[in-house]
Design a protein around this ligand. Structure first.
Ligand code: FNR
Length: 367
């Protein structure tokens, strides 16, 4: 199908499935075990209903906001997803160029197919990039890559905390990972890579499962970038993140790729914001969510419930794999068009107008 026949993010998934190679499709589309969490990431949004306001002057709509102090055109970012070259020969730089055109923030993964410097060099010099960190058992390696990311201008450090061991994604395991000639081994020891367990497991052996709260001061010593914990799944861990001086959390289950039947970010969000407000900590930390965001209405719902922004993963990989930069640009534009329309239809002019009273979450905990 032609690009202009894609009218929503699911259309890109449909096309990507037709055109991608099996390894790439297996790696991108899979979730852990029975994929219950992966499905719930999507359906949780359907349980939230709007409570639109009428007769508000909505001629002018302003969708701009800031995340970790950086401006962006709309409250979502391209989250970190490994192995971009399984979908497109130019890998993550495709996402970089599309993000630049649209004023969107991109999170660069530790396990990108392109080298970190290639991805930063592909940026236009004005756009914002963040860095996602998998912590190496060798802290000197971690220190070096974090400080390099800061030196090259990254504006946020996202430490992934939901993956002390990579989840079991059976679709991915079945398609057996063959070396794509990329850069992903930089974090580990090439010789020890076991390729029989799928792409994810092949590349993740260097990740340190002993990482814990006591390590947090180490990161605060080696960088001035704001630090965000990515993959928080409980209310009390959000409070701990505040106590440890973190700048943010991403309520996330890694796109349903780690612990199956882990809770969804959108489901936790209300509870988290309620607890932060009860302790008067709501201004001490920025709360993000990711997982299953496929419509701008999902973004609107999350912002209404208190998220500073949301991450979107697979849809941009699919748009990239199917159509390259123009595909990712169209995916972003579709979301912008939907977002503007949603704002008008619920009676909100600016991001600050998106408040909890605009959503009804009573259906959320009914499974
Ligand atoms: C991911 N994700 C991820 N997260 C991370 O911290 N480091 C990583 O290397 C990766 N790699 C990765 C690869 C692929 C193919 C996917 C789909 C996801 C998780 C990602 O950042 C995010 O949490 C989810 O993708 C959000 O869910 P959706 O938007 O894909 O539903």
């Amino acid at each position: 199908p032609a690009l202009d026949q894609c009218y929503n993010l699911s259309d890109f998934e449909y096309v990507a499935k037709q055109v991608m190679r099996r390894t790439g499709w297996g790696y991108y589309s899979s979730g852990a075990d029975d994929e219950i969490t992966m499905r719930e990431n999507r359906t949780a949004f359907h349980k939230i209903w709007f409570r639109p306001k009428i007769l508000i002057d909505v001629e002018k709509i302003d969708m701009t906001t800031t995340m970790l102090g950086s401006k962006c055109s709309i409250p979502f970012y391209i989250t970190a997803t490994a192995l971009g070259k399984l979908g497109h020969p130019e890998g993550e730089t495709v996402l970089t160029r599309a993000a630049a055109q649209h004023g969107i923030i991109q999170m660069i993964p530790t396990l990108a197919s392109c080298s970190f410097d290639e991805i930063v060099d592909a940026a236009d010099g004005k756009q914002t990039q963040w860095f996602q960190l998998y912590v190496n058992k060798d802290r000197n390696i971690t220190k070096r890559i974090v400080q390099h990311a800061e030196k090259r201008g990254c504006k946020g450090l996202f430490i992934t905390v939901d993956a002390p061991q990579l989840g079991r994604r059976e679709k991915d395991m079945r398609s057996k990972f063959a070396d794509d000639g990329s850069n992903v081994q930089k974090g580990g020891d090439q010789d020890s890579i076991d390729r029989s367990q799928g792409a994810a497991r092949a590349i993740s052996s260097f990740i340190d499962p002993s990482l814990n709260w006591k390590d947090m001061p180490f990161f605060q010593e080696i960088t001035k970038m704001p630090i965000v914990l990515k993959g928080v799944q409980r209310v009390d861990d959000v409070i701990k993140a505040v106590e440890h001086g973190m700048h943010g959390v991403v309520l996330s289950n890694h796109g349903g790729r780690q612990l199956d039947t882990a809770p969804t970010g959108i489901e936790l969000l209300g509870e988290v914001m309620q607890e932060l407000r009860a302790r008067n900590l709501q201004d001490k930390i920025e709360v993000y969510i990711d997982g299953g965001v496929r419509r701008a209405s999902d973004v609107v719902k999350a912002v209404c419930l208190g998220a500073k922004g949301v991450g979107i993963g697979r849809p941009f990989l699919y748009a990239m794999s199917a159509y390259g930069v123009p595909g990712v640009c169209r995916a972003i534009q579709l979301l912008k068009d939907e977002f503007e329309m949603n704002m008008r239809l619920i009676g909100a002019n600016r991001i600050q107008d998106l408040t909890p009273d605009l959503v009804d979450t009573r259906g959320l905990h009914v499974h």
